[in-house]
Design a protein around this ligand. Structure first.
Ligand code: 5GP
Ligand code: MN
Length: 349
């Protein structure tokens, strides 16, 4: 048995929407990751198995190639490619599930359509401080992933039989990717009870690992070598490390979306490094990824210096300016915030 974490009243309200609704849209955050896609497709397969034939996952923009194998991935509507169609679906949906994001800003150009839509909105998410824009709000930051919440949501509706192998594979993918293959944020015993149930549904968890994590191009692996050898800067007295990549450098290694995923975690393999930041020059802004181990809340660093947020140990943000300016902001932040003394941060906020 797993503990009842989501409030019963919320489950019953959302269940009613599921029973009565005919058209469903599931939306998730920009640059969808494994959990965004896993939770959305997990719910998509469940609703389809329930007998709903008008269910669509809508994402703001393209997602990495190594998630394209996920069952249902090819039916996802990408707003950036088909804006009118995506907005029409959202406008006409009876029910809109908002998964793996806590505020409209995280769905960027999809936000106006979702906010204006009249369908009933249900938030299922594990980020802190949810904005008030959904009728039903299931926000539980203690969860490993939104995918874990989808598992719990389906269980609690009492229709676990309708979770098929496809749904289970998607849910597993989200749980796996949001915990770095169960290496962080994954100490709760129930996570493993859930995995055992997913395996009983017929998933091959070892194959899923391989499909997501062991499918690099040669250029991608060489870029990793370049980054570690030439681009990683450490700040030993701050227990911190920084990696930066310019557009030119990305081009040299034939960068495609997703190629730099995981780079931010690499410096954490160094003994004594507990805070790592990766700054990448994107098309029209600078993307910042932050990770920490232990008590240092990198989401506070993200929010203070890079207009972002996220989880205590995994967060992100953005910067508008040059790469050098972003680096200067990071180094200024390091001087003000000591990653090893969190109580100093409390004083600053
Ligand atoms: P990543 O570094 O993988 O892009 O993001 C890690 C986590 O940080 C995400 O799961 C998300 O919670 C959060 N995050 C990333 N970018 C942003 C951002 O621009 N704003 C906020 N509020 N959170 C972000
Ligand atoms: Mn997530």
């Amino acid at each position: 048995m797993i503990t009842k974490i989501i409030q019963e009243e919320k489950i019953q309200k959302a269940k009613k929407y599921v029973e009565k609704g005919e058209s469903f849209v599931i939306v998730t955050h920009v640059t969808p990751d494994g959990d965004a896609l896993g939770s959305s497709l997990g719910l998509y397969h469940f609703l389809t198995a329930y007998g709903k034939d008008n269910v669509t996952v809508v994402v703001p923009n393209e997602f990495p190639q190594f998630y394209k194998w996920m069952p249902g991935a090819k039916d996802i509507v990408i707003h950036e490619k088909y804006p009118e169609f995506a907005e029409q679906l959202i406008g006409e949906a009876d029910v809109i599930f908002c998964l793996d994001f806590n505020e409209p800003k995280r769905i960027e150009k999809l936000a106006p359509a979702v906010l204006a839509a009249e369908g009933r909105k249900v938030l299922i998410d594990h980020h802190l401080d949810p904005a008030d824009f959904c009728r039903v709000e299931m926000s539980y930051p203690q969860m490993s992933s939104t995918s874990e919440m989808i598992f719990r949501f389906i269980c609690r509706m009492g229709i676990f039989d309708l979770m098929n192998q496809e749904a289970a594979a998607c849910i597993y993918t989200g749980m796996m990717t949001d915990t770095g293959a169960f290496t962080y944020n994954s100490n709760k015993p129930e996570v493993y009870v859930i995995i055992s149930e997913l395996i009983k549904k017929g998933i091959d968890k070892d194959l899923i690992y391989r499909k997501v994590f062991q499918v690099y191009s040669e250029a991608r692996l060489r870029m990793q070598g370049y980054v570690l050898y030439e681009k990683m800067k450490t700040y030993p007295e701050k227990h911190a490390a920084l990696i930066t990549l310019s557009k030119e450098e990305l081009g040299r290694f034939n960068y495609v979306t997703g190629d730099t995923e995981g780079f931010v975690n690499m410096p954490l393999n160094i003994e004594g490094v507990s805070f790592s930041v990766f700054i990448r020059e994107d098309k029209d802004y600078i993307k910042v990824s932050l990770r920490s181990v232990g008590d240092f809340p990198c989401n506070q660093f993200a929010s203070r210096y890079f207009n972002g947020g996220g989880h205590k140990n995994a967060s992100g943000g953005e910067f508008h300016g040059t790469l050098d300016e972003a680096i200067a902001v990071f180094e200024k932040g390091l001087k003000e915030f000591n990653p090893n003394k969190t109580e100093e941060i409390e004083k600053l906020i």
